[in-house]
Design a protein around this ligand. Sequence first.
Ligand SMILES: [Zn+2]
Length: 95
Amino acid sequence: MRQGSLRQQIMDLLGQEEMNSLQISQAVGVAEKDVASHLEHISRTLARTARTLSIEPPACLGCGYIFKERKRLQRPGRCPRCKGSHIRMATYRIS
Ligand SMILES: [Zn+2]
């Protein structure tokens, strides 16, 4: 599948519902590790339009810490506060 149509497919999905990178990877058939780079590209594409990619940041399920400062769309490994590794994945939506 061409990159362009793949990203279009992701944009269509996120316009309909909020999804995390795992759900996106399964829905469009790309590796989960590649989802972040597609989202970064989509976010740049949307910057030229009236639509925006909103990101619900990842949060620690152990202590509730929210990973707000993260600029890159990668999944964090560990909580800096409680060192727990149960992290709720970031979710994405286009509105
Ligand atoms: Zn924590």
